[in-house]
Write a protein that binds this ligand. Structure first.
Ligand code: S3P
Length: 451
């Protein structure tokens, strides 16, 4: 009788406060099945925040039960919103009303979440007469906050912090705000949303103009809650009118395309794979990953396209195929900004050299994602060059198992886990548990899809 082929194994091992993933690959496996990815992180944050500010009850179906939305829920609970326990995907929020957030008796901790901190700062700046202190974990305390502090100060906000008011911990004294027209130097939904949310508490119209269109979940959800929001796609501007009546809503959170991206790439590069990802949000400001994979000639089909509480949703089928290299840059970057680490993994398996440019924003995410991906994939033997604003990746490569580190960045953890599946030899991915920030069940789902 012939020896059975050694099978792929994934083992999570405790390592101090973290977990290490040991991947023992085999040459003979693929990914197959149907999977519902967890709720969209951006929409989850916004539904909790607008629910907390609205009058009456908001119900949220499909909320992401990851660490980042838990940070948002804890902050707004500390300011008086009544949020049901985050132990089921159906959550209710009893809001306090627009200017009625309570002064918290302790520091607000945004954990690892840039969206929590930046959007919340917009909402706190105009809470007149109240004092707030916001902080986060090591990663968040090292990330630039001046990008929101500056426009908020232009509106009259009073903010103090480290490094010339640019690093958390930050202190905010709520103050009367005035509306502005802010020309943002970067395409950032966090900056745009912070200013628009501050504009809710300023008389008149607050406009943000961006150099390229970033995700528009705030604009869509603000409208659904009753705010007046005007969009000018020509000038890439969004305008909100101050002091709207926000009323609690029923929000259904679609699956996160940024989480689906790991499966889209994994199935595209692992021969014989076929996955059906159901209920994925396909808002056009987020589908840059589908455009990039189409450029790479991936076999991807959108099925059953529909609209769910103001957001486009589809099921996505992906089958393995030979990928081709492509060039990614310009206005596409904000539409796939969180997917670049996993796109770098796809590029390793494409024919030709892929160049990603205009992506300097990746240096100030949860980690410096350009540097970390280049060094970690480099350890596996990949030919990948770090550019000041991107990556150059040679395709058609074979990877070797290595000692890898997520640098506590969720998207790096999941991208490297997929890379490790395709390597020859054992990899150990340190601090793999970082995945829980946006995808707590990622490794269980991976195990279940292995065929
Ligand atoms: C987010 C916006 C993006 C993204 C982040 C979530 C949001 O950041 O990277 O994961 O929910 O608004 P920037 O808008 O700063 O690029």
């Amino acid at each position: 009788m012939s020896e059975p082929a050694s099978s792929l194994s994934l083992e999570l091992q405790p390592q101090g406060n973290h977990q290490c993933l040991q991947v023992t690959p085999s040459s003979d496996f693929c990914l197959r099945g149907t999977l519902k990815v967890p709720g969209d992180k951006s929409i989850s944050h916004r539904s909790l925040m607008l629910g907390a500010l609205a009058e009456g009850e908001t119900s949220i179906e499909g909320l992401l039960l990851g660490e980042d939305p838990c940070s948002t829920a804890a902050c707004f609970t500390a300011m008086g919103a009544k949020i049901s326990e985050l132990n089921s995907t159906l959550i209710t929020v009893q809001g306090v009303g627009l200017g009625n957030l309570q002064e918290p008796t302790n520091i607000l901790d945004a954990g690892n979440s840039g969206t929590t901190m930046r959007l919340m700062m917009g909402l706190l700046a105009g809470q007149e007469g109240k004092f707030f202190t916001v902080t986060g974990d090591d990663s968040l305390r090292s990330r630039p906050m001046s990008r929101v502090v500056k426009p908020l100060e232009m509106m009259g906000a009073q903010i103090w912090g480290r490094a010339d008011n640019s690093r958390a911990p930050l202190a905010i004294r709520g103050h009367k705000l005035q509306s502005i027209h802010y020309q943002s130097p970067i395409a950032s939904a966090q900056v745009k949303s912070a200013v628009l949310l501050a504009g809710l508490l300023a008389a008149g119209e607050t406009t943000v103009t961006e150099p390229a269109l970033s995700r528009d979940h705030s604009e869509r959800m603000l409208r659904a809650f009753g705010a007046t929001v005007q969009i000018d796609p020509e000038t890439k501007s969004a305008t909100v009118t101050g002091w709207p009546k926000l009323t609690g809503q029923k929000v259904i959170v679609p699956g996160d395309i940024s989480s689906a991206a790991f499966w889209l790439v994994a199935a595209a590069i692992i021969p014989g794979s076929e996955l059906l990802l159901t209920n994925v949000g396909v808002n056009p400001t987020r589908t840059g990953i589908l455009d990039a994979l189409a450029l790479m000639e991936a076999d991807i089909e959108l099925l059953n396209q529909r609209d769910v509480t103001g957001e486009p949703v589809a099921d996505i089928r992906v089958r393995a195929s030979q990928l081709r290299a492509c060039k990614i840059g310009g206005d596409l970057i904000p539409r796939l900004v969180d997917e670049i680490p996993i796109l770098a993994v796809a590029a390793l398996f494409a024919q030709g050299t892929t160049v990603i440019s205009d992506a300097e924003e990746l240096r100030v995410k949860e980690s410096d994602r350009l540097s970390v991906m280049a060094t970690q994939l480099g350890k596996m033997g990949a030919k990948i060059t770090e550019l000041p604003d991107g990556l150059e990746i040679s395709g058609g490569q074979s990877l070797s198992g290595a000692e890898l580190d997520s640098f506590t960045d969720h998207r790096i953890a999941m991208s490297l886990a997929i890379a490790a599946l395709t390597a020859k030899g054992v990899s150990r991915l340190h601090r793999a548990d970082a995945a829980s920030v946006s995808y707590p069940d990622f490794f269980t789902s991976l195990q279940n899809l292995i065929a």
